[in-house]
Ligand binder design. Structure first.
Ligand SMILES: [Fe+2]
Length: 477
């Protein structure tokens, strides 16, 4: 952090801020800490040896205009476990070029998705046209830690969360990188895409197990959509072209950047993994929206996709948002036949939920289990997740755990048991915040017995605001 502001001065600057996305579970924190020897309740499994890193939106300065939760500066929280009961906590802002410029002038400059404003020439020169907050996800591939935000290049950080700088795969990456790459456990490849408001709008990339970007191909979808996630199988990469459209004119006039326009239609595209963008088969479907997919796999020439589907885009980017009951996501399954050009779909569960995760070793192949968040409240002004639902998709059953009546949580991440052999041998880890107490804990559930409740809890030294995505990074011996 390169600033002269103290944490108390920063906190004071937020005193009069009353946007819902900066209050309650979303309220930012204003300092960077490193704490060791944290208090543990229960017994941390010995196999849980490594780091849980989680990213999120935590504005350094109060925003200059209408704020959306996707806009804030990235902040990484790290929980480090030595496998012998020792736990450390660390948090760091993403030290982006845009934030450094704002720190140099002492206030926020960059607008966001709800209210963009063209920065000054000086700001653009120093920090870019918009801020690469790198606030959405944090992954490790080929030994490199990358913080991701879908509108820009990755930002490399150290395992201790210090910002190294933007990373473009040694000059090979042209355009942005999604915050939701897919890892192929069999090949060690990282499969991802980037989208853009400008033609060709969509580009698919493959980084090999050494981290080298070895393949890129353009997919001309003819329009600019907000594509947050995709899925891959052993045979295909699957893109959902859904009608959350960038509105450049609105953006440049200080309006919302993205509009839900179902009248423009929706399609699912299947591109052979070994093909080019021009080989993509597109199938028209009725409009819906998906922020996050659980997984996909090949089955008898068809592609089976599971994700969290809502009738409309479930996040407000302006005054023309869809009704609230249209934006709740539910676990859904699509079966795509790219030869016949057909898609069938069905709802798998009737409980609202998002943040779907699997045992990542099963990405792209047939899988039995998956989690998504249990939801206490879903509204346009915010969402409250309070637990985990663990699905056995083969049996059509589920088990769940709710953390507590005044607690909220984030995405449960599956941490595989290094001594395990079954898909569900591992733990579901999460950061849980008690809103009544203003405290946060790192909570461990055994995926083999979710409803039994936590096997261990680590009291964190501070409240951790609601965040987006993270990953469990086991120690590599
Ligand atoms: Fe996401």
């Amino acid at each position: 952090m390169t600033t002269t502001e103290s944490s108390s001065e920063l906190a004071a600057a937020f005193t009069d801020v009353d946007t819902p996305y900066l209050l309650g579970q979303y309220e930012p924190v204003h300092d960077e800490r490193h704490d060791v020897a944290l208090e543990v309740t229960g017994e941390l499994p010995a196999g849980l040896r490594g780091a849980y890193l989680r990213n999120g939106s935590n504005p350094f300065f109060p925003p200059p205009g209408r704020y959306h939760v996707f806009d804030g500066d990235g902040m990484l929280h790290g929980i480090y476990l030595d496998g012998e009961g020792g736990v450390e906590y660390r948090n760091r802002w993403i030290d982006s070029r845009g934030l450094r410029y704002e720190q140099s002038v002492g206030h926020s400059v960059y607008g966001g998705l709800n209210e963009f404003s063209m920065p000054s020439a000086e700001a653009i020169e120093a920090g870019g046209m918009y801020k690469n907050t790198a606030n959405t996800n944090i992954i490790r591939h080929a030994g490199r830690h990358l913080a991701l935000m879908e509108g820009a290049h990755p930002t490399e950080v150290t395992p201790e969360l210090a910002t190294v700088g933007e990373y473009d795969f040694d000059g090979a990456l042209h355009g942005a990188m999604t915050a939701h790459p897919r890892w192929d456990a069999a090949t060690g490849e990282l499969l991802f895409f980037g989208y853009s408001p400008f033609p060709p709008y969509l580009r698919y990339h493959v980084a090999d197990r050494s981290g080298a970007l070895v393949r890129s191909t353009d997919i001309s979808i003819g329009r600019s959509v907000m594509m947050h996630d995709f899925v891959t199988t052993e045979s295909a990469a699957v893109f959902f072209d859904l009608p959350a459209l960038f509105d450049g004119e609105s953006l440049m006039n200080g309006g919302t950047a993205i509009r839900w326009q179902p009248e423009t239609g929706a399609r699912i595209g299947v591109m052979p993994r070994d093909g080019e963008g021009t080989d993509t088969v597109w199938i028209d479907v009725e409009p819906f929206y998906v922020f996050h997919f659980l997984n996909a796999h090949d089955e008898d020439g068809r592609i089976v996709v599971t994700g969290c589907r809502s009738e409309a885009m479930p996040t407000a980017f302006g005054d023309d948002s869809p009704p609230e009951d249209h934006v709740r996501p539910y676990l859904w399954r699509w079966e795509i036949d790219p030869v016949a050009g057909t898609v069938t779909d069905r709802q798998l569960d009737d409980r609202t939920g998002d943040f779907p995760r699997i045992n990542d070793s099963y990405n792209g192949v047939a899988h039995r289990y998956g989690a998504h968040a249990h939801t206490r409240h879903w509204g346009q002004e915010g969402v409250e997740f309070d637990g985990v639902i663990w699905f056995d998709l083969d049996k059509g059953t589920s088990s769940e755990h709710v953390y507590g009546p005044t607690s909220v949580c984030g995405e449960a991440v599956f941490a595989a048991d290094p001594d395990g052999s079954s898909e569900d041998d591992g733990w579901l880890i999460n950061i849980v915040t008690d809103l009544a107490e203003g405290t946060s804990s790192f909570v461990v559930l055994d995926a083999r017995d979710v409803s039994a409740g936590p096997v261990a809890e680590v009291r964190l030294p501070r409240r951790v605001p609601f965040g987006f995505h993270g990953n469990w990074l086991p120690t590599l011996d």
